[in-house]
Structures are given as C-alpha cells and as structure tokens.
Unconditional design. Structure first.
Length: 253
C-alpha cells in the first residue's frame, strides 16, 4: 500500500498529518472479457449460418441488425438490405442467382418482420411485375400490375387480389373502369371498346356483365367497327327498365 502525507496548518499552529491512499483498480474476470469478444456486435466478416447460408454485415446483441447481405443456399438467392432483430426489416432487395452468375432482382422495396411490407416492386418474370403497396407478403392497397400479354391494371388491391376501384387497360387498348371484388369485376363500371367504337355502362357480377347500356361513340374512326350500328330502342321507358335491372343485380354484389 502506497501512502503519502500532506501537512496543513490549523488555527492553533498544529500540524496534522492526512494520509492519501491509492486503491488498485479492480479487474474484471477474464471470462467476462472473453465473452464480450465472442459476442457478435458491429460489423463482421462473413459468418456461416448452416446449410450453406452465409451472412456478411452488422450485428447487435448476437442478432443481425443494421445493413447486411444474406445468401440462401437452398434457394440460391441473395438478400441485401436492412435487418432488425434477425429479420429483414426496412429497405432491401431479394435477387435470384442465375446460371451465368448474374442476378435477377425479384423484389426491391420495404420489409417488415421478414415479409414484404410497404411500397415495393416484385418481378414475377421478365415481362410481368407489380409495383405498389404490400402488407405481410401480399399486394394490398394501391398498386399497378403489368401482365405478360401487355395489359395493365391500376387500382386497389386486397389480400393479393384486385379489390376496390380500379382500371384494367388491355393489350388492344380497350379498358374497364369500375369496381372489383375478389379479383373479378363486381359492381358498376364502364367498359370502353375502343377497337370497335363503343362504350358499355353497366353492372358486373363475378366478371359477367349482367345489365347496362351499350352505345356507339366513334364507329367511323374505330379500327374494327361492328358491321351495323346499334338499332334504335323501341321501349316506351328504357330508363325504367335499366334502373330495375340495376337494382336487381346490384343487390347480388
């Protein structure tokens, strides 16, 4: 033990000796230091996760947290993006490894608890993809779907199906604007037959037009007009007939 003495002068002219003691610093047990070094924390080089999977990136509390890249050996795919508590969370891309070593980006966008969530784009193949909102791996909310045949749907989705108000533009430029339910036209809508110069306004039930009004609009400039124009309606009150039909079939939707 090391000691030194400091003298002070009192009012009584007495000298008082005051010891100052230096206490040695206590050391942590070696096992605690070794355990701290063994914890996965911060940026790490490649870590092998079993079954051929690997992860390179940030860790915190032994969990993948922050930015990192994970290789899935069984799927031969790579996720590159943000993580939270060992799950894909935030922005990230998921890509498939092709035979020539290149990557086909299947999805890029938001993730939450290991599922597609928020806004993102998913490529089903080279010519079919969806861009829009996701909820727990399913198309949900507003989105635009590009189909292989050239058609495009833009509108509302629910539980991975077209549901709500939306517009379907077909490859021949005809389009439908109206209500959808369970991935089918259901409710009121308008179908524009631009190829033959006609418009149909009516009610659909499970993709089938039940009643409505068909009119010629631009037969003269249409690329494939009907052979004859629509004949004149001879009903006394056609509006009443249509209204009755609307009420009947709208009740089924």
């Amino acid at each position: 033990e090391y000691k030194s003495y400091l003298s002070t002068h009192s009012s009584c002219n007495d000298f008082i000796s005051m010891p100052i003691t230096k206490i040695p610093r206590a050391r942590e047990p070696l096992w605690r230091e070794w355990d701290e070094k063994a914890q996965k924390k911060g940026l790490r080089h490649t870590v092998f996760c079993g079954y051929g999977d690997t992860y390179t990136g940030h860790w915190d509390n032994n969990l993948k947290n922050g930015k990192g890249t994970y290789y899935y050996a069984k799927a031969n795919a790579v996720y590159d993006g943000e993580w939270k508590d060992d799950k894909r969370h935030g922005y990230g891309t998921y890509s498939l490894i092709e035979d020539d070593g290149g990557q086909f980006k299947q999805y890029g966008g938001g993730w939450k608890k290991d599922k597609r969530h928020g806004y993102g784009t998913f490529y089903y193949d080279e010519s079919t993809h969806y861009e829009g909102e996701w909820y727990e791996n399913k198309r949900n909310g507003w989105g635009r779907m590009y189909y292989k045949d050239g058609g495009v749907y833009e509108g509302r989705w629910d539980n991975d199906m077209r549901d709500g108000v939306g517009t379907m533009r077909y490859a021949n430029n005809n389009r439908f604007e109206g209500s959808w339910e369970r991935d089918m036209k259901n409710g009121q809508g308008v179908h524009y037959y631009l190829d033959r110069g006609q418009i149909y306004r009516g009610v659909w039930v499970d993709d089938i037009a039940k009643c409505g009004e068909l009119e010629d609009t631009s037969r003269e400039s249409a690329p494939r007009p009907t052979e004859y124009p629509i004949p004149k309606i001879e009903l006394t009150d056609p509006a009443f007939v249509v209204q009755q039909a609307y009420e009947t079939f709208t009740a089924e939707v």
